[in-house]
Design a protein around this ligand. Structure first.
Ligand SMILES: NC(=O)c1ccc[n+]([C@@H]2O[C@H](COP(=O)([O-])OP(=O)(O)OC[C@H]3O[C@@H](n4cnc5c(N)ncnc54)[C@H](OP(=O)(O)O)[C@@H]3O)[C@@H](O)[C@H]2O)c1
Length: 338
């Protein structure tokens, strides 16, 4: 099953990397306020540059280190030749649910919120934890879903007042097509199993891909639970930028490895500017309603893949979503009551 899955995915992904042209974004974002997390560098930073260039009224950069965010903001302001007040840099640590809650609380004070790109993410071959959970699962999956749930009411309220449909996208990866699901099989709690270093350390090479399929399952279910209506006029999606020349693999390789990786990446991968075009598409005002709950790749709606459609994928998604959405909803309710 795993070999079949991998073999089936390689030709379309190679085609996407080598032959697909992602159109240069030209949508009009004037008057709009947009959040981009993990935007001090890489794809997030280039997405902010596009959004500023396309006339956004305000772009909030959610970053772990404010000084790095401010340096990135200055570079964008200078390159786009716009007023510095267009960009605000806000602190956000996606490894810490309290920081996620504080960030969402601050976002509730915005005059309007039209779109959000939840891009912050990690990739590593080393085992580490954030709070009680393994880091990929904590950052890429759990806190990205929590932030989506916390920002959704603000996006819904803004759409009602402005009459413009909101857009919420989280950044996944096409590696979700390859994720090996065998480790997720358990009679007990999936999250508990994934957080147990003794059981899970040997699976760390799979963890990034797993974190992205686990994210897709949750966000797809969030979209199902929030269908497009007058009260909830917000398109919810997961987007992949495709393979890009960023710093994502920074933790794993020394200087020689970095040079080799840079060379190989330069042959196959997109620049971050090109990859970020897919993010702009995912939050563009023209995104079609059919995109709701879907995976976006190459600035189009993409197939869900066997990890979503197979019996194994469907059963695991149901179990995972029940486990997680109940737990996260409790946090959202507590947050609303505080
Ligand atoms: N590059 C690719 O080929 C590729 C392919 C598919 C999907 N993606 C996805 O694209 C997204 C962006 O990655 P990238 O390629 O642009 O990598 P990157 O250059 O490493 O950027 C990652 C961003 O996430 C931030 N981040 C990481 N942990 C954080 C935390 N705990 N709190 C707040 N921010 C945090 C980083 O901040 P710091 O600088 O402070 O660490 C950085 O701004 C990720 O979700 C990644 O999984 C990338």
């Amino acid at each position: 099953m795993q070999a079949l899955k991998v073999a089936g995915c390689i030709p379309p992904l190679l085609y996407s990397q080598l032959f697909v042209h992602i159109p240069y974004p030209t949508s009009d974002f004037s008057g709009q306020t947009i959040i981009v997390t993990g935007s001090n560098t890489g794809l997030g930073k280039e997405a902010v540059r596009h959004l500023v260039r396309l006339g956004s009224k305000k772009v909030i950069m959610g970053v772990r280190t404010v000084s790095k965010g401010e340096a990135a903001a200055e570079d964008i302001i200078n390159s786009c030749n716009v007023k510095s007040s267009i960009i605000e840099v806000w602190q956000l640590d996606m490894a810490d649910s309290k920081s996620v809650q504080a960030f969402a609380e601050r976002a509730r004070g915005l005059e309007r919120l039209d779109a959000a790109i939840l891009n912050a993410g990690v990739q590593s071959m080393k085992w580490s934890t954030a709070g009680s959970y393994e880091s990929h699962i904590a950052i890429n999956t759990i806190n990205t879903t929590l932030l989506s749930m916390l920002l959704l009411p603000k996006l819904q309220a803004s759409a009602r007042t402005t009459g413009q449909r909101g857009r919420l996208t989280t950044v996944g990866s096409d590696l979700m097509y390859f994720a090996n699901l065998r480790e997720l099989e358990t009679e007990g709690n999936i999250l508990k199993k994934l957080s147990d270093e003794a059981q899970s350390r040997s699976w760390i090479g799979q963890r990034y891909a797993q974190s992205k399929i686990l994210l897709f399952w949750l966000i797809r279910e969030l979209a199902n639970r929030n269908p497009l209506t007058q009260d909830s006029d917000v398109l919810i999606t997961v987007v992949t930028p495709g393979g890009c020349q960023s710093d994502l693999f920074r933790d794993d390789i020394g200087p020689v490895g970095k040079a080799v990786f840079k060379f190989i990446s330069g042959c196959f991968n997109r620049t971050t500017e090109v990859g970020a075009r897919t993010y702009v598409h995912a939050v563009s005002p023209e995104l079609p309603v059919e995109a709701h709950g879907r995976f976006l790749m190459d600035a189009k709606i993409a197939a869900n893949g066997m990890n979503v459609t197979s019996v194994q994928g469907r059963n695991l998604a149901k179990k995972w979503n029940e486990e997680m959405l109940e737990m996260l909803q409790r946090e959202v309710d507590l947050d609303a009551g505080s």
